[in-house]
Design a protein around this ligand. Sequence first.
Ligand code: MTE
Ligand code: MO
Length: 424
Amino acid sequence: MANFSDQELDSSASAGNGLLSRRQWLRLGAGGAAASLVAPVWAAGGTSVEPWRSGSGAPPSQYGDQPSLASLKREQISAHPFGPQAGASSTPLQFLNGTITPNGLHFERHHSGIPEIEPSAHRLTIHGLVKQPLSFDYEALLRYPMVSRVLFMECSGNSYRNTFTTVLDETAGGLNGLVSCAEWTGIPLHYLLDEAGLDASATWMVAEGADAAGMNRSVPLSLATSDAMLALYQNGEPLRRSQGFPMRLLVPGCEGNLSVKWLRSLKVMNQPAHTREETSKYTDLQLDGVAWQFSLRMGVKSVITSPSGQMQLPEKGVFEISGLAWSGHGSVRAVEVSADGGRSWTEAVIQSEVGKHKPVRFRIPWRWNGQPAVLQSRAVDSAGNVQPTRSQALQNVAPGFSYHYNGIQSWRVNAEGRVSNVHA
Ligand SMILES: Nc1nc2c(c(=O)[nH]1)N[C@H]1C(S)=C(S)[C@@H](COP(=O)(O)O)O[C@H]1N2
Ligand SMILES: [Mo]
């Protein structure tokens, strides 16, 4: 706590059904054990020697890859009807805190499995409407000047199962975990495009992966030359194979599909290629029969990760409501929380660094009085976009079409303290 003033961590907390300011919460604990925030286990005491204190532990290891808790694993590892390679797995958002996703838990979406690429045999070629086609190997790219940025990545299919009419009793990660965040390090893409020299007529670029799917997407050059990066590192280490080793395209704030993994080719064009992934997939069919193409930026969104689906509140009392918020249209300006199903709202504290396309962690204390409650969060971004309710988000969308869904996630707490997904 030492680094934060109470003011900084406080919220106005004027909404109903038990939302508190942090100051009110801490005051609860100031009266000694009887009024303590959480019943202190220490009071029970104990003199036994636990097994881990009576002998030395394991030796150091070459690469730590064992999670500290057995529950730390990806969820919803689902196969696609086309085969097990074409599937996805989601980040268990409910077990994580802060904003960074550990690499081993970054969500995965592969159209044709994870290729075993030998980096020395891999090439990235830039061709098409350029003055000089170029081909780079991995070693050469490692010598370029790099930048590091903390960015969310979200699949445009994230949360699609909340668009179903049936309410699914799943965890926060199971429902909304096709979103992750990393500190990505790589080469600003325009360094490489400038080196190839863009033709005056160039307006688009088609990025293609070296997986068997040869997954490809058209990217407007305005995005490719401003924000995009050729990512080589993820949270400090070379990319994981599942995230695109040896290199991937990263288009910040846009649907994950644009961030082509195992990147092998960038073809500069004067029009989009209308690939499978931007015609039959990742388009938004509206009720009026018109399908929107290239809705690339992910909308403003938030999700309460605790308390969340399938959790059990152990008893009445004070809990910290906490979650993640992000926007593809800029930075997160505010997150409001409701404990009464959206009747009243109060601003949560954003307790992490705010920045463009950076997810934030919001927090607010809540006193559960033992009665049923519905918890919701609603994010607002720097462009003034407000996260819609579920029905607003689905208003003009043709039934069964569910890309880019960013409706409010509602969690119901029943009288027994069980938390479950609800459509509110
Ligand atoms: N070459 C290639 N790139 C790809 C994919 C793919 O299957 N092949 N999947 C895309 C999709 S749909 C998403 S959401 C993101 C997921 O990135 P991640 O697996 O690192 O989370 O990668 C994108 N890039
Ligand atoms: Mo995706």
